[in-house]
Each structure stands twice: as structure tokens, then as C-alpha cells.
Design a protein around this ligand. Sequence first.
Ligand code: ADP
Ligand code: MG
Length: 258
Amino acid sequence: MNDEHSQTPSSPEHSIVSLEKLNKHFGSLHVLKDIDLDVTPGEVLVIIGASGSGKSTLIRCVNGLEEYQKGRLHVDGKELLPYGKSGQSLQAIRTEVGMVFQQFNLFPHLTVKANVTLAPLKVRGMTSQEADTTAERLLERVGIADQADKYPTQLSGGQQQRVAIARALAMDPRLMLFDEPTSALDPEMIGEVLDVMRELAREGMTMMVVTHEMGFAREVADRVIYIHQGEIVEQGPPHEVFDNPRNERTQNFLSRVL
Ligand code: ADP
Ligand code: MG
């Protein structure tokens, strides 16, 4: 991997995610400006930046939850076209990309186990026995096997977020996107969710993580990018970005959050 701050570290052919000069507007608001970014297999990329800088929009573009207007975007070799014109490749990409949101977004009328088996049954065409076995294994992995028959509202926030991670993993994704997964949690529950993410990273999952947990970023990220008003103004290994930020805007941001 390339350790230079300002360079894109690899070529699109070897990337799981590749953005080239990606531009996104909400009406007259230019939210993402010429974003160049490659994420390589097994890489853990942490995205930091102030509120409103475009972090969520960036990762939502990667699984087609937001359309973009200009540039190119490839996910696992498939092209996602601008203006939402991707058709079947969008469906293919969504089955390969797991997403975890700040607000868990579990289905409230389904049990924990049913939340996890739903997509594998409907989209992957698993038998109910296969889906059950997968769900049990994943709930075990995130440490809540004993909660399988409860409903989301009967669980703590930390437990619900771990269900959300298990649900995403049930599709056997090539890439996991996390958008501030611990921001809605009570402080005492943040650690249990970060532990699951740390373990996933250790097992080699490719991850794009928007977070304000700088300790996690420092420890787990292979690369940190700092976004300011829709532009990547700094990137590098965590020790460089955190200990020796070169850009004044990064320095200001870090002095406020660290
Ligand atoms: P972040 O996640 O870094 O806080 P966002 O990506 O959510 O930032 O938002 C970037 C900018 O885009 C903000 O100015 C926000 O108000 C705006 N924005 C986000 N979503 C929408 C939307 N659906 N419609 C209009 N503007 C939006
Ligand atoms: Mg956001």
C-alpha cells in the first residue's frame, strides 16, 4: 500500500470500490466534488469529517442509495452509472454490499432471527434451514445467540446494532459500509459494537466506516480520509493523519474532536 498522503493508493482493477472524479449534487448544493477513491480488498477505510461534509452521501453512493451526476463508480468490478441508470448492476451491487446505519433500521415486526434470515431467503434463495443455520452462526458471532426469538424493541441499542451487523453479514457481502454505527448508542454500549467491527476487520472484511470514534480509527483503520465540504483534503495511515496532519482544516477538525 502507498503511504503518501495525497495519492490514490491503487488501480481500479484491484479495487473493490473505485470512484473517479465523482460529483454529487442535491439541487444547487454541490455535495461531493471530484472524489477519487479506491478501496482495496481487505482494507479498512475510515472516513472522518465535520457534520454536513458529505460522508454519508459518499458511502450511500457506493451502494446506490444516492444517485450521482458525474464521474465513474465501480463496485466489485460492476459499474454504477450516474443518474441512477444502473438497472441490474444496482441489484447485483446491493446484494454484495452490506450497510449498517446509525439508526439500526431493523424490521420491528420481525424477531431478531427473522430480521437476519429475511434477505437470504428472499434474495439469495436459501432454504429456511440454511437461512436458520446461517442466522444462528452469525448471531453467535456477534454475541447475541440467546436473543434470537426476541423483537428489536426488547433489545438494548448495542444489541440491536449487533443484529443489524449480523443481518448485513447474512448476505455474505464483499464490502461492509458503516455510517456512524455507534452514534446513536449510550456510551456503555459503544464498545460492544466496536468489538464486533474490530473482529470483522481482523478477519479481512473490506470496510468503509464513517465514525467519530477516533480511538477505533487509529487502531483499526488502514487508511483515514478527511472530508471537508465534499472534498478529500487529507488521507493516509491513521498515525500520519492523527499525529501529523498536513492540512490546516484537518488540524482544526482534529483539535476539536481529539
Ligand atoms: P455528513 O454525513 O458528513 O454529515 P451528508 O452527506 O449527510 O453529510 O450531507 C452533506 C450535505 O448534503 C449537507 O449539506 C446535507 O444537508 C445535504 N444533504 C444530505 N442529504 C440531502 C438530501 N436528501 N437532500 C438535500 N440535501 C441533502
Ligand atoms: Mg452523516
